[in-house]
Write a protein that binds this ligand. Structure first.
Ligand SMILES: Cc1cc2nc3c(=O)[nH]c(=O)nc-3n(C[C@H](O)[C@H](O)[C@H](O)COP(=O)(O)OP(=O)(O)OC[C@H]3O[C@@H](n4cnc5c(N)ncnc54)[C@H](O)[C@@H]3O)c2cc1C
Length: 379
């Protein structure tokens, strides 16, 4: 796989010098904000502060869109409650049904077919992770129809995503049988939310977000995420995430917002002026601090990870315009080796059998460590 970030950046940002700032960690951007949706249902129904959904609802009304491609988890009668489905939301109500983060594989690129073959004369918006956005921008280069029919691209910040083994591991921790599951929610309830399972008999079981993400995400991360260098969704018009900062944890329901293109900046400013979004500008340092772990792993340690993987005979992606020439440090090599060992061990079938027994112990240990170090989260 190849991603020519240099070329894609030129396509997106170098037209009329369309960006105000460029930074190694944050990427190209116009403005950095902290904020939330004004509508309290959207704010507290969202994974973070509902800004993504509030902006998309505004886009449907004001940009004259035919809809927004979003995703929601299937319920058991629609297929597997472990699977996410992509659908076209045509109004606010349908957008709200897709709120919250899905930490599982989401086939967003399946909507390209509908846009190209059924989208004549129509206008859409698109939401996706950094990998989805790269796919979209690459496709837009060769399919002009796609580019002209998508008028707004909202990108989610992303540390990593799991494969199905991760969700099954959470079922094991909750002592739930997969066949009894009706519905899965990864970020239900108040921020930062819970992994919540609704059973066939209507009962629910949950685990707190910070507890389970402390190790499950790392062990069961999808292969594609191992080689990701783009946690902050560099190619979107607007990127949204969680401001993971201790000093903000007293205010549940907040988004980090990065406007990247002029289109994104104008749209957000307009939403602030009209009162659909409440947001204030923030500094680059806060953005970087709030995503410190992901940025270190994906912008720096990744080079060591890719180098070792290559030597082990794995094929790794080719990226252009993502890394500087700085030599890889021993610390980066050491951490990459630890990750590779953890992932290799967690891929063994015997591990999946043993792990649920150790999972609660592990979460307890991580909680103790967090309390001892005063850290809110370990991402
Ligand atoms: C896999 C994953 C990992 C993430 N990791 C981080 C992180 O490390 N740090 C951080 O700050 N933020 C991370 N986020 C982003 C964060 O969880 C929120 O999604 C983001 O802040 C938007 O919140 P909101 O309240 O504005 O969105 P909401 O109003 O809840 O709307 C979310 C929108 O995103 C869509 N969506 C949800 N999941 C997916 C998906 N997997 N693929 C495509 N579209 C999807 C929904 O359909 C919905 O339209 C991650 C999100 C995901 C899905």
């Amino acid at each position: 796989m190849t991603v020519d970030f240099q070329q894609l950046h030129e396509d997106v940002f170098n037209v009329d010098n369309r960006f105000a700032h460029a930074d190694d960690d944050v990427g190209c951007y116009e403005g950095l904000y902290l904020g939330h949706a004004k509508d309290s249902k959207i704010r507290h129904g969202g994974a973070s502060g509902g800004v993504t959904t509030a902006l998309l609802a505004k886009a449907i009304d004001e940009l004259n869109l035919d809809g927004v491609f979003v995703t929601r988890m299937q319920e058991d009668q629609e297929g597997s409650p472990l699977s996410a489905m992509v659908y076209l939301a045509k109004n606010k109500k349908e957008l709200i049904q897709g709120q919250q983060s899905k930490y599982t594989t989401v086939p967003m690129a399946t909507c390209f077919h509908d846009i190209i073959y059924k989208g004549k004369g129509k206008r859409f918006a698109f939401v996706g992770l950094g990998c989805h956005m790269q796919a979209l921008r690459k496709a837009e280069r060769i399919i002009p129809k796609l580019k002209s029919r998508i008028v707004l691209r909202v990108g989610l910040v992303c540390g990593h995503c799991m494969d199905r083994r991760g969700t099954r591991h959470l079922f094991d921790l909750l002592k739930v049988k997969e066949k009894n599951v009706r519905k899965v929610e990864y970020r239900s309830d108040q921020w930062p939310g819970n992994f919540k399972v609704t059973l066939q008999n209507g009962k629910t079981r949950k685990i707190g977000q910070i507890d389970w993400t402390s190790y499950v995400m790392t062990l069961y991360e999808r292969d594609r995420c191992h080689y990701c260098t783009d946690p902050l969704n560099q190619l979107s018009d607007i990127a949204t995430g969680d401001p993971w900062l201790n000093e903000l944890s007293h205010e549940p329901g907040l988004n980090l917002i990065i406007t990247r293109t002029k289109t994104g900046e104008q749209f957000l400013s307009n939403a602030i002026d009209q009162g659909q979004i409440v947001a204030t500008r923030t500094e680059k340092d806060k953005v970087v601090r709030s995503q410190k772990r992901s940025l270190y792993r994906k912008r720096y340690m990744i080079r060591a990870y890719m180098e070792i993987s290559k030597r082990m005979g794995h094929s790794v992606p080719t990226y252009t315009g993502q890394f500087d020439d700085r030599p890889i440090t021993w610390r980066e090599y050491r951490e990459a080796i630890v990750l590779i060992v953890c992932r290799t061990v967690s891929a063994q079938p015997v591990f999946s059998k043993l792990m649920p027994r150790c999972g609660h112990m592990f979460m307890k240990y991580m909680r103790k460590r967090r309390n001892a170090t005063g850290r809110m989260i370990l991402k």
